[in-house]
Design a protein around this ligand. Sequence first.
Ligand code: KG4
Ligand code: ZN
Length: 333
Amino acid sequence: MKKYILGIETSCDDTSVALVDSNGFVKGIQTTSQDVLNDKYGGVYPEFASRAHVVNIIPAIDKLILDAKINVEKDIEAIAVTRGPGLIGSLIIGVHTAKTLGLAWSKKVIGINHLRGHLASAALGGNQIVYPAIILLVSGGHTFIAYMDENGEIDLLGETRDDSLGEAYDKVGRMLDLKFPAGPKIDQLALLGKPNIKLPLPLINEGLEFSFSGLKSSVARLIEKSDTPINKEDLCASFVDVIVKILEKKLLLALKNKPETKSLILVGGVAASKQIRAMAENITNAKKIELSLPPIKWATDNGAMIAMAGWDYLSKGKIQDSKPIARISLEEY
Ligand code: KG4
Ligand code: ZN
């Protein structure tokens, strides 16, 4: 009989719960965003975020289970919940909900590293990931390139020295009066403009590390100095062009350093970017390796990726203590 893992994600601002089977089929998902709150305050405020999770989480789980018409006792294998990294107040709400349901329903509760949740998003929908793989994770909280072997061991190859890539998108978006989170809007505007504004390419020739804070400041200076209103479409096109060039260069270097690589995994909220996805597709076609991507709708934080990671943890016997922790490194489970 088909079994599902209930995945619970509350590490930042989205309250998301989902039911996923061991093949990556998403039986149901409920996500309550806090976009209205975030937009009002220009970003995520931890105190408001955790209060909103308290209000949203039980109705979301109720609706998920009702809509999916499942029998909790028979059909749920386990509960997987993000234990970190993330905002501690938000994590506590998800973890305590998971533990309470675990007790009430007599189900195992598996604490998940949110970053491994993003990795698992590439396996949603039945996609088989091949290893060894180069991982590019670009989100609102993280930006790094890593190497993952057949056993799930992860080796960090390079990360950002300052802002994450998602932060750079969101901060540039704020300069252009775009709604938070600005990533999707910047991508759309970029498609309408020309990349004719010169911007720096920070650390492009320096190994596998990233830096986006200087790029963000350059955009701010450009807007400040310009006598006439800046063309938003061209600025977005130039910004995205620079990002794509930087990511492409780093990916090619990582693949050169690890010639045995069989696939590229592109995950994290910024992996929803059509331009970045197209670049990754070009690279993997040219190198004749596999590309694993989450569907766009599951690139940003969601409960389905946490449930999918739950199946991976179960198969490896990694049943974690689900204590919430604000900081967990990528290598950990
Ligand atoms: O993975 P995620 O949902 O949250 C974290 O774990 O941080 O990532 C959120 C980030 C935001 O910065 C948002 O602007 C960015 O992902 N994002 C995008 C796109 N959709 C979301 N960035 C570029 N293009 C997009 N289409
Ligand atoms: Zn995330």
